[in-house]
Ligand binder design. Structure first.
Ligand code: SF4
Length: 738
């Protein structure tokens, strides 16, 4: 029986990482159904080692998942899985997994629990939520979900009556980008990002480190684009993997991206290099834009960005020559300085000037898919509204967005605008994903009830009253993925490869059981997840058996303006029906209707700006305990400019502690002294340095950037937390890592 071994995995991953510098693997050919006497089944599902949801074939025999491989039928990712996707079995069989329900018997944070039966645990949960509703109203419960799997719990919490749900994907990640592009083109970018990298003639990455940030199809398309001759411009204070492949690396002074973007717009307009016909046909506000960028010359931008004016000109010309096939990647984690919606607007405006939105090689358009709906009773309406400021204090954090996590933390901490007394945390690592952990811990002190539903004993489980062990993605059904931002839209399934291990239960089951106990069963009017699935996919003419066997079914797409059909709706669903170079919505709300550059605070002497990012073998803090991935990358390092390090007497490899401007300290971390970073920045990979003792591999390995993010700069438009406003200095240590 073939089985992927740790040794084989390491060899494969390293070889592939060496080959393309990305860690992306291709699928092997499908094995036969029988190996000797053993029946080997292939179960099609999708990966949850990150949120890209690559198609997976799980090889199962005797109730065990032997191996995961890419599903070659999958329309987005073909047969590819990255190192993390391959290592999914090590999450499934992680000995540290939560195994049965737990009820707290010690103090919060102490981590003392007793084992409970599911009946007792569900009754405990339901009773507490009913009590909180009676005492303080349903809004007094905050919900912190993460990912597609949270859909069932989302329904439960809405039906319960709380509007207070928030996930970091919005305020700590891609919210400003989605709002910025929505204001300009009428629709959010969404995920996967519809950037036509493989057809592009010029790719522009601004703070995106594709290759270290690995999503299989995106990396493949990026490489394909480069192999076909696309030029590459990388704007990054750090010499990233992508920068090493670039025609131009622009090591920009952090916080000055809007100045660069405006200067690029200036050159395109002053030299009449923009796509005049496209702008005349599809855009409004060109005259105002022209007047706005008049003074933003390359020379002006050089003084802000520290990028030579000549290079700003050269790169603008490179884009102009490639137009409209210019892929300006809108980025993903874009919550940097608090002016992030405006930076996203500047990127969208540049995309428009190049005629690249809805055009081959630029950004393509989503295609509508008519998913079925399961009718539910009306959801209760909250009279008090949201507590996190979404839609009120931050007007464009709208109801459809995913809420403001830090707003919910603040509301809980300050009991304002009303008391929040219960938290339900589902699959979100709130102490790592939400900045200012000092506030999160203070907010937890205000709670009368906290429930955590998770697969692993992440740090916050120690603070919970109730911990519910969820089945992993290889043991459960989730709501189907309906993906419209692919050139061929598709529906994909997540289904169990094996039954849940230990006493873990799938999220859908936990939510449905709780609904039964809370008098909310009408909101779950389906027998089981297959019934739920088949009702959702029926209108698409998809047969459930076929979907289960293939894993995904795709449809014809209309990705470019010239292919659009009437049923796809308007090309630019803005207020004006055109690309809004000047945003009418921002104007109405008295925000700047065109992006302006404002200088950000600079690090004091001896300090560097803390920046952070990703590595191909880890997904935030959720993969550090994975034994195979831990072998590949057990901890992180802090990149410091070699000259800066030499002046400060810091040696390469030296273990240090970082301290920020508020005195917050990191765990010990090794220095990587390199010329590949500006001397005003320190960089580390996010997700290490957990203080969760139950994660025996990850516990206190490396350092957490979140420990050092005690300050944020909030985007006034949509409430995202700009987190690159923390400065660190190096405190040498003599000791070992603790
Ligand atoms: S990119 Fe990797 S971790 Fe993410 S879904 Fe795909 S295989 Fe899984």
């Amino acid at each position: 029986m073939s089985k992927i071994t740790r040794r084989g995995f390491l060899q494969t991953s390293s070889a592939l990482a060496g080959l393309v510098g990305t860690g992306v693997a291709s699928a092997e050919s499908r094995p036969p159904s029988w190996r000797g006497e053993t029946r080997v089944e292939q179960i099609a599902t999708n990966c949850e080692m990150c949120f890209w949801r690559c198609g997976v074939m799980a090889e199962v025999a005797d109730g065990k998942v032997l191996k995961l491989a890419g599903n070659p039928q999958h329309p987005l990712t073909g047969g590819q899985l990255c190192a993390r996707g391959n290592a999914g079995t090590q999450l499934l069989y992680d000995p540290d997994r939560l195994k049965y329900p737990l009820i707290r018997i010690g103090n919060r944070g102490e981590g003392k629990f007793r084992r409970a039966s599911w009946d007792e645990a569900l009754d405990f949960f339901a009773t507490h939520l009913k009590d909180l509703k009676q005492k303080y109203g349903a809004e007094s419960v905050g919900f912190f979900p993460h990912g597609v799997a949270a859909g069932f719990f989302g329904t439960l919490m809405k039906a319960y009556g709380t509007p207070n749900a928030a996930e970091p994907a919005f305020a700590q990640c891609r919210g400003p980008r989605d709002i910025g592009y929505q204001l300009t083109f009428g629709r959010a970018v969404n995920s996967p990002e519809p950037v036509d990298l493989e057809e592009s003639k010029c790719i522009v990455l601004i703070g995106s480190h594709i290759g270290e940030n690995v999503f299989t199809s995106q990396v493949t398309n990026f490489i394909t684009g480069l192999q076909r001759g696309a030029k590459l411009i990388v704007v990054d204070p750090r010499f990233s993997t992508a920068a090493s492949k670039a025609d131009h690396w622009l090591p920009i002074k952090p916080g000055t991206d809007i100045a660069l973007l405006m200067a690029w717009a200036n050159i395109l307009i002053v030299e009449t290099l923009y796509d005049k016909q496209y702008i005349e046909q599809y855009a409004t506000g060109m005259k105002e834009l022209e007047a706005h960028v008049k003074d933003f010359t390359p020379e002006w931008a050089e003084s802000m960005t520290e990028i030579p004016a000549a290079q700003i000109r050269d790169t603008a010309h490179m884009m102009a020559e490639a137009k409209p096939a210019v892929a300006i990647h809108p980025g993903r984690h874009v919550t940097w300085y608090g002016d992030d919606t405006q930076r996203a607007r500047a990127m969208a405006i540049l995309t428009a000037l190049l005629g690249a939105y809805g055009r081959k090689g630029g950004m393509f358009l989503p295609t509508k898919v008519k998913q079925g709906r399961i009718p539910l009773p009306p959801m209760p309406e909250s009279e008090r509204g949201r507590a996190d400021g979404a839609g009120t204090k931050y007007p464009l954090a709208t109801e459809e967005s995913q809420g403001l996590t830090q707003g919910l933390v603040q509301a809980t901490m300050n009991a304002s605008p009303y008391p929040i007394k219960g938290w339900v945390v589902y699959g979100q690592n709130i102490l790592e994903s939400i900045p200012q952990r000092q506030n999160t811990l203070k907010a937890i002190e205000q709670l009368e009830f906290m429930a955590v539903v998770d697969v692993l004993p992440v740090e916050q489980t120690n603070y919970a009253d109730l911990v519910l062990p969820e089945a992993t993605y290889l043991e459960r059904y989730d709501p189907p993925a309906v993906v419209t931002t692919s050139k061929r839209p598709f529906v994909a399934i997540r289904q169990p490869a094996i039954d849940p291990l230990y006493e873990s239960k799938p999220g859908w089951w936990i939510a449905k059981e709780l609904a039964n106990r809370m008098g909310l069963a009408d909101y779950f009017p389906w027998k089981d997840p297959e019934d739920h699935l088949s009702r959702l996919v029926q209108p698409l003419g998809i047969n459930l058996a076929e979907l289960k066997s293939l894993g995904a079914v795709s449809f014809d797409g209309h990705p470019y303006i010239d292919d659009r059909k009437e049923e796809d709706g308007p090309i630019f669903p803005t207020q004006s029906g055109k690309i809004e170079l000047v945003s009418s919505v921002l104007k109405d709300l008295n925000f700047d209707s065109l992006p302006k550059f404002t200088a950000v605070e600079q690090p004091p002497p001896g300090y560097m700006r803390l920046i952070y990012g990703r590595a191909p073998m880890h997904s935030f803090s959720r993969s550090e305990n994975n034994s195979w991935l831990d072998d590949l990358m057990p901890d992180n390092q802090v990149w410091i400019n070699a000259e800066f390090a030499a002046k400060a007497g810091i040696k390469n490899g030296q273990v240090v502690i970082l301290e920020n401007q508020d005195g917050a300290k990191s765990l010990p971390i090794a220095v990587r002294a390199t010329v590949g970073i500006r001397n005003d920045c320190a960089y580390m990979v996010h997700g290490f340095g957990t203080r969760a003792k139950g994660l025996t591999k990850a516990y206190k390995r490396g350092a957490s950037d979140t420990d050092l993010i005690t300050r944020v700069s909030i985007d006034p438009i949509m409430g995202a937390t700009g987190m690159r406003v923390n400065f660190v200095r190096v405190l040498p240590t003599t000791g070992e890592r603790s």
